[in-house]
Ligand binder design. Structure first.
Ligand code: GLC
Length: 737
């Protein structure tokens, strides 16, 4: 995020004219507060409904008396720097107060959670990352940026780039999976898509990297739980996507809730000042996560709100999301010297710089034309990109007997409540979609021309209907079962100790299996979920498994395209799947240990479960097959040149994601058995063979030690290439740096 000299001068001039109160105002992010004729705080009301003290109906009745406070008076007084919301008309109203009625006319920056699309919701990140397609990552983000600006949003609380390795954590759905390298390339592409099209202020937004940092390493996969790790682990696994995104020019970051090695990230000078703003050079600002400053008292690192506010400001946290602690305490803190004016000016300068960079001083309002653009359905080209993303995110896990693709002649019995849902295809953290844009799997199959009948015989909650199951198995030529998770079962505050299929879905599948077998018919199982699931039973018993995730508005058309063979699936897993819960966390890039897991007793294994992932990172099948041969790795001056032959050995065109991994066999710290270091999507005609060339920069063959230093160490390296992280060719090479 670079400013012109003129813009920098305007920021300094503004800063020099601001009062202390106005400076603190810029550091205050408000969201519309719920106020109304009830005598408990809104948060308490939510608790009362959640724990059953009041029913949903009572809650709705109370809420009907509620109004929203948009803090107009504070905006007029220059005490609000940023607001949250996705309503362009309201945004213009509030912006008008800020620009035309406050003393200095500093525009608001409007922020919102646009994690995987605003109106055009595309696949959740864990799915999209599995496309291994940077150009796609960038294009979907660009659509999100344009739609955001047309809704008055100049600041997306995205991308979420937490490397996550424990699928018990519900937010694994929001991020790009378990691998630091893939997450880094995903992060770079998302920054380019969100920020780089500056041909018009309507085409770009400020990104917000979250959640900074290592929030996903929460112990036991329990959201908000403590995180503790070595400095080398922090630098080698969790920081890389943030460092990469800052190098791409990310305009802001969001401090995460977790304490990291005993210091909450909201008040952590090491991560905020020394790394993010110092070593990485981020010139934008850092915002807390919701209520994050106040929670530092609960963490036990701050005596009270005032202490939490002082520690946050001094640690480099520039903007307070939703606690009013900066608003209430920073004035006295500066006057008493607990927080210096330099600290304050640095925070405000960063915030003003992002607003200047966004062009908000020249174009603070959303045009009527832009608002009208989204009055109806989403633009066709946006829907097409969402469809492309959805198709590329689908992963074929098992296809015994080549049951898929289905033929047009086959009459489909579609079973499972999720199959007809428009709501449950959207995925976590999408709040602005409309049903008119959504295509359920049932609709998608009908759109494809398939003959399909739907039987709502059970889902993630509630009972299963054996009669419907029997009817479905009796009437169709093939049964397609859609099972998985509701949107509410993943995302924030959705950690689970049991990551098997929820409810009675396994029972439903077992009954379907029995009935289809008895009728001599095939069963196809489509998974619609937000996190990797423990699918040991399913993999053992079910002939066909398709991982379809929560793919957004075009889910139905994408699933239909894959099931009917119009689309040959090319998606891969960005996260490993366990067989059973007890294997969590499970990931491919692990150290070898002194006793690598094997069938021998005294090795790193379980008595009652496999030690390998059920489906490993990078795994995904196709309707064709690919063979790898002739892997070569040769040293060039500043890189290794890796070449591998890939052949399409099947009878139809297909796309393969060729993956390049590396192992530093012996080093001053134990290194993982594999680390992803490159990938390439390759489309091959049936029978076609090609040499795929990949480059591994020598500079990328190092690692961070426990002093936080990046080191390159001479020695033996193993280079791997294959279609997933397990089944690879291997070549050894000695490298001297
Ligand atoms: C939430 C989330 C964060 C989100 C923020 C604002 O608690 O942790 O991802 O951006 O609040 O909605």
């Amino acid at each position: 995020m670079k400013l012109t000299e003129q813009q920098k001068n305007r920021v300094e001039d503004l800063l020099s004219r601001m009062t202390l109160e106005e400076k603190i105002g810029q550091m205050n992010l408000e969201s519309p507060s719920i106020v109304g004729g009830f005598d408990v705080p809104f948060e308490e009301l939510i608790e009362m409904m959640t724990d059953g003290r009041i029913s949903q109906e009572e809650f709705q009745k109370i809420m009907s008396t509620a109004t929203r406070d948009f803090h107009e008076e504070d905006i007029r007084a220059g005490l609000v720097g940023a607001m949250m919301g996705d309503d362009p008309v309201k945004a213009n109203e509030l912006q008008k107060i800020a620009v035309e009625e406050s003393r200095l006319g500093i525009p608001l920056i409007m922020g919102f959670d646009v994690i995987h699309g605003l109106r055009t919701v595309y696949p959740i990140a864990i799915a999209e990352a599995g496309a291994f397609d940077e150009d796609l990552f960038e294009r979907t983000a660009r659509i999100a940026a344009r739609e955001s600006r047309a809704h008055g949003i100049g600041w997306n609380f995205a991308p979420m780039i937490d490397v996550a390795r424990d699928c018990r954590w519900g937010r694994v759905s929001e991020g790009p999976g378990e691998d630091a390298y893939l997450a880094s390339r995903f992060a770079r592409a998302k920054i380019r898509g969100l920020q780089n099209d500056r041909t018009s202020p309507e085409n770009y937004v400020a990104a917000c990297l979250k959640h900074y940092v290592a929030y996903s390493a929460c112990e036991s996969g329990r959201d908000y739980n403590t995180t503790s790790m070595s400095i080398s682990q922090l630098h080698n696994v969790y920081l890389p996507p943030f460092k990469a995104a800052v190098e791409e020019g990310a305009a802001s970051a969001m401090a995460s809730f977790n304490d990291l090695n005993g210091v909450p990230c909201t008040v952590n000078p090491y991560t905020l000042r020394e790394l993010l703003k110092g070593a990485y050079g981020m010139d934008g600002f850092v915002v807390s996560d919701a209520n994050g400053i106040k929670e530092c008292v609960t963490h036990g690192i701050a005596e009270d709100d005032r202490d939490a506010g002082i520690q946050s400001a001094n640690a480099g946290l520039d903007m307070d999301m939703g606690t009013h602690i900066y608003k209430d305490y920073l004035k006295e803190a500066v006057e008493s010297g607990a927080v210096s004016m330099e600290v304050l000016d640095d925070a405000v300068r960063r915030i003003l710089s992002v607003k200047m960079w966004l062009g908000l001083f020249e174009n603070p309002y959303v045009s009527e034309e832009a608002i009208a653009r989204y009055a109806g359905k989403i633009p066709a080209e946006h829907a097409e990109t969402a469809l492309e993303a959805a198709k590329k995110s689908i992963v074929l896990l098992k296809n015994e007997g080549n049951v898929l693709p289905l033929s047009k002649k086959q009459k489909i019995s579609l079973v499972g409540n999720l199959a007809a849902s428009e709501e449950e295809i959207i995925g976590a953290w999408a709040m602005s979609w409309r049903n008119e844009d959504c295509v359920s799997i049932l609709e998608g199959l009908k759109n494809s021309g398939a003959e399909v009948s739907y039987y709502p015989c059970g889902g993630p909650e509630g009972e299963i209907n054996a009669d419907e199951i029997a009817r479905a198995c009796g009437e169709g030529d093939v049964v397609v079962a859609v099972v998985g998770e509701l949107v509410s079962m993943s995302g924030e505050a959705s950690s689970k100790a049991n990551v098997e299929l929820p409810g009675k879905q396994r029972e439903m599948l077992s009954l379907l299996l029995e009935k289809t077998r008895a009728a001599g018919k095939k069963l196809v199982t489509v998974l619609m979920n937000g996190r990797p699931l423990a699918l040991g039973w399913e993999e053992e018993h079910l002939p066909v498994l398709v991982e379809a995730w929560h793919l957004g508005v075009q889910m139905g058309n994408a699933v239909a395209a894959v099931l009917t063979g119009e689309e040959n699936p090319s998606g891969k897993l960005a996260s490993s799947f366990p067989s059973v819960n007890g294997q969590c966390p499970i990931y491919y890039s692990h150290p070898n240990t002194g006793r690598p897991g094997s069938k021998s007793k005294f090795t790193s294994r379980y008595l009652d479960a496999p030690f390998d992932a059920l489906f490993p990172f990078g795994y995904g099948l196709s309707y064709t097959t690919f063979a790898y041969s002739e892997l070569k790795a040769e040293e060039d001056k500043d890189c290794l040149r890796v070449a591998v032959r890939v052949k399409n050995t099947g009878d139809r065109k297909g796309t393969e994601v060729v993956q390049l991994y590396m192992q530093d066999v012996t080093a001053s710290l134990v290194r993982p058995v594999k680390e992803l270091k490159g990938f390439s999507r390759v489309e091959l005609e049936a029978g076609e063979e090609r040499t795929v060339n990949l480059e591994l920069k020598k500079q990328d063959m190092g690692f961070y030690n426990n002093q936080g230093e990046y080191v390159l160490e001479d020695g033996l390296f193993r280079i791997y290439a294959g279609g997933n992280s397990r089944d690879c060719l291997c070549a050894e090479i000695r490298v001297n740096f």
